[in-house]
Design a protein around this ligand. Structure first.
Ligand code: PBG
Length: 323
């Protein structure tokens, strides 16, 4: 060893490593996804997502309060209704479970974090697809946009500050933006799930929302083989009026995330999804990996690739680990 250039110098002590860290993750950029189930009077654990529960409206308020106290940036609400139908009627009713959850979360948050709501039909349809079906049984893009527009108005009226458009219909951002502007909800932001892949890593989420889906979502979610198309989707959403774009899942798509982060003038989010979380939990439960280190490494890697905002089921614990 003759060279005087020794990169190991900057790795020698914890203090030195902390000083020269290129990526710093803070609680304020983390968003906790929260599930609310109609008809529950206490939280019900989700088997495939250890540590995560379906909440009642009461326990939702407690979680939101805890999230705010932990300094998290926001919560993303998903809801499971008791009654589902072909067109997802409950999604747009003011007394529908998701819209009630938005008001409860808003009150509990009291401005301390950002309340976001999932805008998609899969939890509300009896067939489990993200949109309404045409006569041939396929998802009808443009008919779905009309339902998304009314869903958006209901969510904005309930007090959602950010709408998470996760349905992957073409033109959904423009349709929702136009509806919001038309109704005077000019301050309601849109987080577009722009590059959302048809992924096996959503498995535990389908348990969490008691999904009715048979088959798959490959005619609307993206093919995991495609990278450039992720850029195209994000660019379209930015043009259509998205305030934030997202790549999802996160770790298997860091290349797409880095591309989108480099190209976007607006904030970029990434979703460390249910199956990514569950992989860590399952391996840790077997003693095969260290749970805390794995979660911190995952979120750090997602931020390093370019995410400004990260949705993760580990957000509450991460807020302590990162402090
Ligand atoms: C659809 C939606 C899904 C997720 C978030 N929004 C499931 C899907 O597209 O099948 C998955 C999130 C996760 O796996 O954590 N509304």
């Amino acid at each position: 060893m003759t060279s005087a250039i020794r990169p190991r110098r900057l790795r020698a002590t914890p203090a030195m490593r902390r000083l020269v860290a290129e990526t710093r993750v803070s609680a304020s950029q983390l968003v906790l996804p929260v599930f609310v189930r109609e008809g529950l009077d206490e939280p019900r654990p989700i088997n495939s997502l250890p540590g995560v529960s379906q909440h009642s409206l009461d326990s939702l308020a407690d979680v939101v309060d805890a999230a705010a106290n932990a300094g998290l940036g926001g919560v993303m609400l998903f809801a499971v209704p008791q009654v589902r139908d072909a067109v997802g009627t409950q999604a747009s009713l003011p007394e529908g479970i998701l819209n009630r959850a938005i008001s409860v979360a808003n009150e509990a948050a009291a401005g301390r974090l950002v309340v976001m709501a999932d805008l998609c039909l899969d939890e509300f349809t009896d067939h489990g697809h993200c949109g309404v079906l045409g006569e041939d049984g396929s998802v009808d893009n443009d008919a779905t946009l009309e339902v998304y527009a009314s869903m958006a108005l209901a969510q904005a009226a309930a007090g959602a500050e950010v709408l998470g458009l996760s349905g992957m219909m073409d033109g959904q951002v423009a349709a929702v933006r136009e509806a919001l502007e038309g109704a005077g909800h000019t301050n309601t932001a849109i987080l577009a799930y722009s590059a959302k892949y048809a992924s096996a890593f959503y498995g535990p989420f389908r348990d969490a929302v008691e999904s009715q889906l048979e088959g798959d979502r490959r005619t609307y979610q993206m093919n995991p083989a495609n990278r450039s198309e992720g850029l195209l989707e994000a660019a379209l959403d930015e043009t259509e009026g998205a305030d934030i774009v997202m790549v999802k899942p996160a770790l298997p798509y860091l290349d797409v995330l880095a591309d989108v982060a480099a190209a976007s003038a607006i904030p970029v989010a990434a979703y460390h999804v249910s199956g990514e979380y569950a992989q860590i939990e399952a391996a840790a439960a077997n003693g095969w990996i260290d749970r805390r280190t794995a979660h911190v490494e995952a979120v750090t890697s997602i931020a390093r690739a370019g995410a400004d905002i990260i949705l993760t089921y580990a957000a509450l614990e991460l807020s302590e680990w990162l402090a």
